[in-house]
Design a protein around this ligand. Structure first.
Ligand SMILES: NC(=O)c1ccc[n+]([C@@H]2O[C@H](COP(=O)([O-])OP(=O)(O)OC[C@H]3O[C@@H](n4cnc5c(N)ncnc54)[C@H](O)[C@@H]3O)[C@@H](O)[C@H]2O)c1
Length: 345
């Protein structure tokens, strides 16, 4: 079904793209094209990347310097999909000029930069959205809703895991992979306390890592696990929540299983269904396109839709740089522990 806004509403968001690498080319831009946007310009340090993009998507103008593109094209919003340094630089440049920006994760290098951007965001009245896509993933949003309503009672344990292939270096492992599960845990449980690590080093670029910590608000014990050596064909992740009144699992983005205490059934062999108890499961029937579902199961689609609407002034974006400060603070701590570990080897 086509989006009715594109037919009935002439307003389109004038959007510029920084970074034309694999991810925007294959995944994000094809999703954006269904939304009410007008591409103002594209930019990449590598001309081969802008050329490939223009050939396929017909971008109006291509640049090698994002500042020049923004000054020339004056977009209403920017999508930046590059690396930590450029995400930070571009977010700063845009907020200083009153332009909304969405960056991929990680949004910057560390918590100090996140705080700086957050202060700029407040001052500018515009937003720096961050594409921590788990925050829109369907099974994860169900998990969050059930936990936030208090239906699990007091949260006691959180377990989140994400496996991947061998990484190119330790920073890549932390900022590209582990950070997703850190952010998911923060999304569910809020700020996390100081981490302790268990690690198994298998080689220069491979290993397994378990982070133990507590969620400050609920006191829940948290375990965040990530390991390499898996062929990076999704699915490969899982979230378990346990509370004083129940537990649930969000498996591979889509499957959701919530165990609730059932009614007393002593000697009742018929086991009638009861609305108030029993387990609830949700298993979407795999009818969603594999190309889109592969990284997120609707997380990206929902996030991009929200971004375009918020930048057009219709609502707010739910994961801004301010929400990412606890994620970046905890990631800083994990990174320094992982670095120490590498030195000890
Ligand atoms: N959330 C997810 O699940 C997910 C999945 C894949 C990628 N990503 C993120 O997307 C980002 C890009 O990934 P990718 O696979 O497209 O990487 P890539 O290496 O294919 O592309 C990055 C591109 O950015 C360009 N670039 C770098 N600095 C630039 C600058 N200052 N100005 C303009 N262009 C610049 C490079 O020339 C390159 O073409 C990374 O931050 C990655 O973490 C997120």
């Amino acid at each position: 079904m086509s989006n009715p806004r594109t037919v009935t509403d002439p307003r389109k968001l004038r959007l510029a793209l920084i970074g034309c690498g694999a991810f925007p080319y294959n995944t994000l831009y094809p999703m954006l094209r269904n939304l009410p946007i007008e591409l103002a310009g594209i930019c990449d340090l590598n001309p081969a990347m802008t050329e490939r993009f223009s050939n396929f998507y017909r971008a109006p103008r291509a640049y090698g310097d994002f500042k020049e593109m923004i000054d020339q094209e004056k977009p209403e919003a920017v999508l930046c999909v590059t690396n930590l340094d450029t995400h930070y630089e571009a977010a700063k440049y845009c907020l200083e000029r009153g332009i909304n920006i969405l960056t991929e994760k990680a949004p910057c290098q560390n918590a100090d930069q996140a705080e700086e951007l957050s202060a700029l965001q407040k001052k500018s009245g515009k937003f720096h959205g961050v594409l921590f896509n788990r925050r829109w993933g369907t099974a994860y949003t169900l998990a969050k809703e059930v936990a936030a309503r208090g239906d699990l009672g007091k949260l006691t344990m959180i377990y989140s895991k994400f496996n991947t292939k061998a990484y190119k270096d330790i920073d890549f492992f932390v900022y590209n992979h582990i950070i997703h599960m850190i952010d998911l845990t923060v999304f569910i449980a809020g700020e996390l306390s100081s981490p302790a690590l268990q690690a198994l080093v298998l080689g220069e670029r491979s290993g397994a890592l378990e982070i133990h910590c507590r969620a400050l608000e609920s006191g829940a014990l948290c375990t965040i696990q990530s390991a390499t050596e898996q062929d990076e064909a999704y699915p490969m992740e899982r979230l378990d929540l346990a509370g004083t009144r129940g537990n649930l699992t969000a498996d591979n983005w889509r499957d959701f299983h919530w165990d609730r205490t059932g009614p007393g059934r002593d000697m009742d062999y018929s086991l009638p269904l009861d609305r108030q108890g029993d387990s609830l499961s949700w298993h979407p029937a795999g009818g969603y396109g594999i190309g889109r579902g592969i990284f997120s199961y609707m997380g990206f689609e929902a996030a991009l839709d929200e971004f375009v609407k918020a930048a057009l002034g219709e609502g707010t974006f739910s994961c801004t740089i301010e929400d990412c400060i606890p994620t970046m603070r905890f990631t800083d701590q994990v990174r320094s522990l992982v670095k120490n570990l590498a030195k000890e080897r």
